[in-house]
Design a protein around this ligand. Structure first.
Ligand code: NAD
Ligand code: ZN
Length: 330
């Protein structure tokens, strides 16, 4: 099968033929019908240190995968060939260990992906593969950050920084929970989609949130300046949730944090139950992630656009469909 491989920092992505995956007893083969493209893929390519998560090189990138099961291992009982599944990035509860496809083992930028049965979540009939794929991270991670880590409740005021793949869903989820939401993004092009997603107003600078006295700020940009400004402008006793990995360090204003009783929380991924809840919200029409399709063969160019901040919502690709179309056209 064909897969987009990453050999290590400084190496370009390359489309390669790799052996077809064979499922071990507790594993299944998923024919990938949609794979979302995350900004973290760019961080991985630039050599960000992900510690124990990044043990495999070369690796097939792509950690937002969804498709149809085409083979099951001997010990798999709950799923069968033909089932539509999303492959969850199970990082909660943290005691359970972490399954991180596209980071520590081969991911979704391929015709097929090997997935452990414990990571599979059934896709409801009226959720598309594209929605199901991007929901595994761009929606579920935002859901965990806003609802679980930030404990956002009805009537609160929430600031969302970084209105991209994750942040736009953060706006939707905070609105759905009944909060008044204000968005912040340095790219003015991100403001319109965020307003449509439920933001009351959007700004170019985090400091403009100060006048709104936010109870919670969720920072999906995570460059040092956004995290430190968030600590300063959140209300006394408020909470800043850090999700973005845009910078290596943030200078935290200690007096603002301590004297104003601000809580600063890191938030990684979501649980499998949270992905189920997100699928249910999408199925009921309560949540609709913005997705844009890019050809599998143009994935490196699409990632360049993402790096330049030229993407609204979430990009996804369809490895099998696009390879089939390219073969038929040749
Ligand atoms: P994205 O590129 O789609 O969106 C990022 C947005 O942040 C863009 O709209 C960009 O204009 C904006 N931005 C950049 N610098 C800014 C600044 N100084 N102030 C305000 N806005 C700014 O990226 P994404 O896929 O949504 O990912 C966002 C971040 O979250 C990345 O760093 C990614 O690695 C990280 N991430 C974390 C987790 C987690 O579990 N914690 C999961 C997925 C992604
Ligand atoms: Zn991601």
């Amino acid at each position: 099968m064909k897969a987009i491989r990453f050999a290590g920092a400084g190496h370009p992505l390359s489309l390669e033929t790799v052996p077809d995956p064979e499922p071990g007893p507790e594993w299944v083969v998923v024919d990938i019908e949609a794979a979302g493209i995350c900004h973290s893929d760019l961080h991985i390519m630039s050599g960000m240190d992900l510690g124990d998560l990044a043990v495999k090189r070369p690796v097939t990138l792509g950690h937002e995968g969804a498709g149809v099961i085409s083979a099951v291992g001997d010990a798999v009982r709950e799923f069968k060939v033909g089932d539509r599944v999303g492959i969850a990035l199970v990082v909660h509860p943290i005691e359970a260990g972490m399954f991180t496809p596209g980071v520590g083992h081969d991911g979704a930028f391929a015709e097929q992906e090997l997935a452990h049965v414990s990571t599979l979540v059934r896709i409801p009939d009226n959720v598309t593969f594209a929605e199901a794929a991007v929901a595994t991270d761009a929606v579920a991670t935002a859901y965990h950050a806003v609802r679980t880590a930030g404990s956002v409740r009805r009537g609160q005021t929430v600031g969302v920084i970084g209105l991209g793949g994750l942040g736009l869903n953060g706006v939707r989820i905070a609105s759905l929970l009944g909060a008044t939401v204000y968005g912040v993004d340095i790219s003015p092009a991100a403001h319109g989609p965020a307003t449509e997603a439920g933001a009351s107003a959007c700004f170019g600078d985090v400091r403009e949130l100060a006048a709104r006295n936010p109870d919670v700020i969720v920072d999906f940009a995570g460059v040092g300046s956004t995290a430190s400004a968030a600590v300063e402008v959140v209300r006394p006793g408020g909470c800043v949730v850090l999700v973005g990995l845009g910078g290596a360090v943030a200078p935290i204003p200690i007096a603002s944090l301590v004297l104003r009783n601000v809580r600063l929380i890191g938030s990684l991924g979501a649980s499998k139950d949270e992905l189920r809840e997100v699928y249910d919200l999408i199925a009921r029409g309560a949540l609709k992630p913005t997705v844009h399709e890019v050809p599998f063969g143009e994935l490196p160019a699409a990632m360049d656009r993402l790096a330049r901040g030229e993407v609204q919502g979430r990009l996804y690709t369809r490895p099998r469909a696009h390879l089939r179309m390219a073969a038929e056209a040749a």
